[in-house]
Design a protein around this ligand. Sequence first.
Ligand code: FPP
Ligand code: FPP
Ligand code: MG
Ligand code: MG
Length: 322
Amino acid sequence: VPKLASAAEYFFKMGAEGKRFRPTVLLLMASALKFPISESTEEGVFSMLASTLRTRQQNIAEITEMIHVASLLHDDVLDDADTRRGVTSLNCIMGNKVFISEILSSVQLSVLAGDFLLSRACVALAALGNTEVVSLMATAVEHLVTGETMQISTSREQRRSMEYYLQKTYYKTASLISNTILAGHTADVSLLAYEYGRNLGLAFQLIDDVLDFTGTSASLGKGSLSDIRHGIITAPMLYAMEEFPQLHDVVDQGFDNPANVELALDYLQKSRGIERTKELAQEHVNLAVKAIEALPDSDDEDVLISRRALIDITQRVITRIK
Ligand code: FPP
Ligand code: FPP
Ligand code: MG
Ligand code: MG
């Protein structure tokens, strides 16, 4: 169905393709862990193997981005977001004849486009024929849905809990980054790759939650103050609640009333919430860097460049403004 295919391609078009953070990390990690070349391998045979391996890694990188975009299509419906990556979100394109017909609303089309993209990712994944990779990716998708659900349906106690917030953050963001870079290595190396992805993913989302308060819609390319307006309590506000216990009552009342949003933001501004969240993100970044430094020694130039890039990218996660 052409309408469905164009809708699913929407965020892969020029100008809307985003940071491509997940595929970048995946390919860099793949290079950073390059298998040692056996002395006896003939040059020709090896270069064929290497290029086949790289193609498969690129496929997985593409699949990761497809899963991520599928989750964003659904996320923007759940968050009722009107912009994404600096363009109108798919669910808010109204009356666009290319996508919408009288019987299919833009929201309905977004949900189906997300389903379609996810199923195309499954087909592509299955075609690689590696059950370990399929299983890891499937777990990451399950975690995406778990994290998103944990965020939506919270009890009063859960909304106040840093532990609950961090668990949700792992499922929502860090799992896809950490689990897609695991397959095919010894347990020790896999664990280090996983630790890198997990800590990078946590730092990434912590900064995302800071930017939701401090960023502007123009710089972010998506709406700001979206979390608090939807009653989603993230790390900056959790820290502010520790400093100002009066905030608990405000949070309990919910944020349907814009005056409550303003009140909570006043407290946040007076608190060290933003600063402490950045500090926590920095701690996770430090752990991610440690994981790379603990990888087995190598004198292969590509491997070393990739490891340096993986370390550089951790800094970009902290300093990014979108
Ligand atoms: C963005 O978070 C959203 C996610 C990290 C995950 C969303 C997952 C789902 C909707 C589950 C469905 C998954 C699939 C694969 C179909 P955010 O809202 O905090 O960030 P934002 O500011 O970029 O919107
Ligand atoms: C009801 O069947 C449902 C279907 C035939 C398919 C519905 C498909 C979608 C909503 C597309 C999204 C797909 C996925 C995988 C996310 P039925 O009337 O036989 O149901 P019954 O078992 O309730 O009788
Ligand atoms: Mg969102
Ligand atoms: Mg969301």
